[in-house]
Design a protein around this ligand. Structure first.
Ligand SMILES: Nc1ncnc2c1ncn2[C@@H]1O[C@H](COP(=O)(O)OP(=O)(O)O)[C@@H](O)[C@H]1O
Ligand SMILES: [Mg+2]
Length: 373
């Protein structure tokens, strides 16, 4: 075999040649941040949120009017850690010369805590603030205000991206964050992104919560068939292999264009192809992925109640439509009340969702797995 590497990638964020389309979304995001809008970007796991946000960051960085700070809340487990990380991100994205940075921040941080610099083995500098317990709240507030102060001072627009924002629930400064950033007006645009719809809905839709109705909902959809076709064809072409569009369509019909699965299946198909994709290769690739994902799906499956399992199968049989019609219900053996509470539970577990009166499994490959069980 040749030593050409597989042109498809699935896992973490993608960029450059691995990033397909999202042209409309990027443009809309740019318009929104230009007007200082705060946004909530929800999509399931592995849907391409981080890739999209990093692309936005990269695009905006080339524009001198913007400063972009990307924060992943996933790895942060307490307020102190957040303060340190946020401060570092801020410093590193604002200025290049460290002495200048420290001067700058010393003048704008109200309580002027000690700022320590450390260099790692490759000479990368990192900063830490010494904070006493008593000063924690004030330091948090100061650090949260940095993008705003910076934006005003240098007449720029700041964009702060909080990825995996649902983690804010664990961090216990949701109220503080909201009360500080609401004074930032149009100078700073905040993008909150996450994959746990039930938690995010509570944060942004519950009247008693600080972030209640404070954002514009930003939708991202699956990537369209025509965009995948061009993307996939090119990757096969560039590696001297060939795929007929009928196979791309066939795989698209299974994944609905869900980015992770498109790339995962294509990666396996590419691996199994010497020159030309054929029926047999596609069938075998799909079977292989079902086997690979078996443990994951069966774990989810065994944790469901019998009613939940029946309801999921029921959604698939009815194609998600008219679930409450008497004919359908009679056949399923589920009562309307049971179905209602079961669907609510499944939505809460982020297993299914509803769009335009149609229910569907959030993970398209789980549906395929169930159909082939
Ligand atoms: N725009 C895109 N073009 C091609 N593949 C994508 C794109 N966005 C996401 N993917 C695929 O999905 C995977 C997960 O992307 P990621 O951005 O980490 O998703 P999320 O942050 O929503 O979990 C990537 O490894 C890649 O395979
Ligand atoms: Mg992500």
């Amino acid at each position: 075999m040749s030593n050409i590497i597989n042109p498809f990638y699935f896992g973490n964020e993608v960029y450059g040649d691995d990033f397909c389309n999202r042209v409309v979304e990027i443009q809309e995001l740019k318009n929104d941040v230009a007007s200082g809008q705060n946004l909530l970007l929800y999509a399931p796991r592995r849907f391409g949120k981080t890739s999209l946000l990093k692309k936005l960051k990269q695009d905006l960085q080339s524009d001198d009017e913007y400063k972009i700070i990307y924060v992943d809340l996933f790895s942060i487990s307490n307020i102190d850690e957040f303060i340190q990380k946020y401060f570092n991100l801020m410093v590193n994205s604002f200025e290049t010369r460290s002495s200048k940075v420290i001067e700058l921040f010393k003048t704008i941080l109200k309580i002027r805590p000690n700022i320590n610099m450390t260099f790692d083995s490759v000479g990368e500098v990192s900063y830490s603030l010494s904070i006493s317990k008593k000063e924690q709240t004030q330091t948090l507030e100061d650090v949260l205000n940095l993008p705003f102060i910076y934006a005003k001072k240098f007449n720029k627009k700041a964009v702060v991206i909080f990825d995996e924002f649902q983690e804010i629930e664990q961090l216990e400064f949701e109220k503080k964050l909201r009360s500080v950033i609401q004074t930032h007006s149009r100078e700073v645009s905040y993008i909150f992104s996450g994959s746990k719809k039930s938690i995010l809905t509570q944060i942004f839709n519950d009247k008693s919560r600080a972030f209640y109705k404070s954002v514009k909902y930003f939708n991202i959809n699956e990537i369209l068939l025509e965009d995948w076709t061009a993307f996939i064809k090119l990757k096969f072409d560039n590696t001297n292999k060939n795929i007929d569009i009928k196979y791309i369509e066939q795989i698209y019909n299974i994944t609905n264009g869900f980015p992770y699965y498109m790339q995962q299946i294509m990666s396996v198909v590419w691996d199994s192809t010497l020159k030309l994709v054929n029926d047999d290769i596609v069938v075998k690739s799909l079977r292989l992925i079902i086997e690979r994902e078996y443990d994951l799906y069966s774990l989810i499956w065994t944790q469901l109640t019998p009613n939940q399992k029946n309801s999921l199968k029921y959604i698939i049989t009815c194609d998600g439509k008219s679930l409450y019609s008497n004919d359908n219900l009679n056949q399923s053996g589920l009562s309307a009340t049971t179905l209602k509470s079961t669907l609510e539970a499944l939505i809460k577990k982020d297993i299914c969702d509803k769009k335009n009166d149609k229910y569907y499994l959030i993970d398209p490959f789980m549906k395929y797995w169930l159909e082939n069980l």
